[in-house]
Design a protein around this ligand. Structure first.
Ligand SMILES: Nc1ncnc2c1ncn2[C@@H]1O[C@H](COP(=O)(O)OP(=O)(O)OP(=O)(O)O)[C@@H](O)[C@H]1O
Ligand SMILES: [Mg+2]
Length: 445
């Protein structure tokens, strides 16, 4: 029978027995199958008027709404069905899908997680793809003590996390303020542990570095580890995140465990804003589970963070959840500005140390490179070197770099820090709670 004939028959039958809810529900379902979602909602609503507890019709109505892309109407019903139970695979599935459509990714993931726990053998390919799960159900519980160094297969390995660094403070020009702060938090405490203990002060802690690109945030974090001969672990948020349900939290925990086992340790977290920013974009950002895991690890409630210096770096401090700055977490927020003339001079000296030069007047170059970052100065030197190579290939005689060469390089390179300040100044002017960005204003004056 043609579906339209079937619908016609059902309607005629209902005219004779209008109170037959079963028949009406059947009509509604047939309408939905025929793609007539709007008519289906009318019929489902009529059924629910007399049988408000008919959960099958409720689910039908939610399906009809979602077919019409009326997500929030569908969510209201599904939320209710989910809460009232009994657990139903279809309800979980549709609920998760609709939440995802509506943009509530975190909730959608929670519901899907629940589904997998209840029906481990009935995953959904689309949602799997969305949330990057295997469909093999939740991860087993784990205990760190079971595996000494490298955890179960597939876990982040200590040997992959720990990076060798051969730079120390001597390789960092300027940045005295940052050096002092780091010294107070980890260098002095390691030198005078008894003194710190007497005052009940911990060795280590959290420091948040922010500022324009290329001004040495990553560089000084590495140098800190080199300076105190500590382990250096650099954690990229994407390394931790690109994983399955529950695995991100586990990875986060794993990184901290490796850091604690290898104390004293500098744990560096680059682009820490990625942890908190864009919560709605699940694929690129962490979601609340991972943030909470991170904060728990930082608080060190279940574990001892003694000897752990956690350095976070960002170009976008305004995207960072204020919860990150509570005492015991990143309680020092430090602005890393472009180097001043003196800083530039010493950075140039460091960068030119192993390069062929002749009578270079560092002070003059430093004067002519206002607003240049360390990375910009590096670029200037690269430009000058290329120029020298070019002429050496012509003449066959390699010549050392001179002041003139470097000034010429500086003339062709534009400081890359300016753009950052345009954005930063707006935040400093209009979102400067508790004077957090006063330093930016001071600098831009
Ligand atoms: N104070 C400095 N002393 C010596 N070299 C520096 C300094 N600042 C920057 N540099 C040089 O510039 C390069 C880039 O610096 P770095 O990567 O630390 O910048 P960053 O602040 O982390 O930038 P981003 O915000 O883009 O991550 C370094 O590898 C280093 O060679
Ligand atoms: Mg960096």
């Amino acid at each position: 029978m043609d579906i339209n004939d079937l619908l016609q028959n059902l309607r005629e039958a209902l005219e004779i027995t209008p109170d037959n809810d079963k028949l009406r529900a059947h009509l509604a379902q047939t309408l939905l199958t025929a793609g007539k979602a709007e008519e289906a909602t009318t019929e489902y609503k009529r059924v629910l008027e007399t049988s408000p507890r008919d959960s099958k019709s409720k689910l039908g109505l939610a399906k009809a709404y979602s077919a019409m892309q009326q997500w929030s109407a569908a969510i209201v019903i599904l939320e209710d069905l989910h809460k009232q139970g009994p657990p139903d695979h279809d309800v979980h599935l549709l609920y998760s899908r609709v939440l995802l459509q509506e943009g509530s990714n975190g909730k959608a993931m929670d519901i899907y997680e629940e589904l997998l726990k209840r029906w481990p053998d009935r995953p959904d390919a689309d949602l799997d793809e969305q949330f990057r799960v295997t469909g093999q159900g939740p991860e087993p519980d784990y205990d760190d003590e079971d595996y000494e160094d490298d955890g179960p297969p597939g876990d982040l390995r200590a040997s992959d996390l720990i990076v060798k660094t051969d730079v120390s403070f001597a390789d960092v020009g300027g940045m005295q303020g940052v050096k002092d702060e780091i010294s107070m938090k980890i260098i002095q405490p390691l030198l005078h542990p008894d003194l710190y203990k007497a005052y009940g002060k911990k060795i280590g802690g959290g420091i948040l570095l922010y500022g324009p690109p290329g001004c040495g945030k990553t560089h000084i974090a590495r140098a800190t580890a080199g300076e105190i001969k500590a382990t250096f672990i650099s954690m990229g948020i994407s390394d931790v995140l690109d994983m399955w349900i529950g695995k991100s939290e586990r990875n986060m925990h794993r990184v901290f465990e490796v850091a604690r086992k290898n104390a004293p340790c500098v744990l560096f977290i680059d682009e820490i804003d990625a942890l908190g920013a864009n919560r709605s974009h699940m694929r690129q950002s962490a979601g609340s589970h991972v943030i909470n895991q991170f904060l728990t690890e930082m608080d060190g409630i279940d574990a001892d963070n003694e000897g752990l210096l956690i350095i976070g770096a960002t170009n976008m401090p305004w995207h960072i959840d204020p919860a990150f700055r509570r005492p015991g977490r990143f309680d020092r927020t430090i602005f890393v500005p472009p180097p001043d003339a003196e800083g530039r001079e010493s950075i140039l000296e460091i960068l030119l140390k192993s390069k062929p030069t002749k009578d270079v007047d560092l002070r003059t170059i430093a004067k002519k490179t206002e607003h240049f970052s360390g990375a910009d100065l590096k670029a200037v030197i690269d430009i000058a070197i290329e120029e020298k190579l070019r002429s050496a290939m012509k003449t066959g005689v390699p010549e050392p770099m001179t002041t003139k060469d470097l000034l010429k390089g500086a003339g062709t390179h534009k400081a890359t820090t300016r753009e950052w300040f345009i954005t930063a100044k707006n935040y400093a002017l209009y979102a400067n709670e508790s004077g957090l960005y006063d330093e930016i204003l001071k600098y831009t004056k």
